[in-house]
Design a protein around this ligand. Structure first.
Ligand code: GDP
Length: 191
């Protein structure tokens, strides 16, 4: 199964009513700013410019909800860990993550956490996974930018990421080389 249709539904800024979105499953995409979340969403949706890339990082404070194949919502969360983000925006982002992602009352079918395979899990990534693990929600990790890994480093780095991300599934991915799409789609479209 692939993404066949994408429709921007609405932006969610926090604390508002999500009832109309609750009629369909929600799949959330989150990751450290610059890990490649927007590029990945654009690749999956086969639409350039759908999700805003890091040119506007640090400015995005809302969750963009896209209706996919008229069957589920892809929730594009703002990236975390952007060094130049203002204290106020950092506060808003934390609130949004707590309210939407860590809230046991908001149900996600799946949470996709995008990490940079070359950088590995940062402290913020580890904190995010640790917080998510306490919610019991379903999570998969996409280790993006594997094309940046030298052949000799690949296995060692992927093993390290898998160990640190355990028990979650880690999908090796490269937007650049279009690697990993079927594996991610399998998780996304799992009943
Ligand atoms: P976001 O902040 O997580 O939304 O990240 P972006 O999608 O804006 O990507 C950040 C940068 O990483 C951009 O310059 C992308 O072109 C680049 N990038 C994204 N995916 C890959 C990848 O798989 N390989 C490489 N080499 N670069 C990537």
């Amino acid at each position: 199964m692939n993404i066949k249709s994408v429709q921007f539904e609405r932006a969610v800024v926090g604390d508002e009513d999500l009832d109309e979105l609750k009629e369909l499953p929600q799949i959330a995409f989150i990751g450290r700013s610059n890990a490649g979340k927007s590029s990945l969403i654009n690749l999956l949706a086969q639409k350039k410019g759908l999700a805003r890339t890091s040119a506007t990082a640090g400015l995005t404070k809302e969750i963009n909800a896209y209706l996919i194949n008229k069957t589920f919502y892809l929730m594009d969360m703002p990236g975390y860990g952007y060094a130049r983000m203002s204290v106020q925006n950092r506060h808003i982002l934390r609130g949004l993550i707590e309210w939407y992602l860590l809230n046991p009352d908001v149900e996600q079918k799946l949470i996709v956490v995008i990490v940079d395979a070359k950088v590995g899990l940062t402290d913020l990534d580890k904190e995010m996974l640790s917080q998510l693990s306490q919610t019991g929600k379903r999570v998969v990790i996409v280790a993006n930018k594997t094309d940046k890994l030298k052949k000799n480093d690949y296995r060692k780095q992927m093993d390290k990421i898998k160990k640190e991300a355990a028990p979650y599934l880690v999908i090796p991915f490269s937007v650049e080389k279009k690697i990993g799409i079927p594996d991610l789609n399998r998780e996304i479209f799992k009943p």
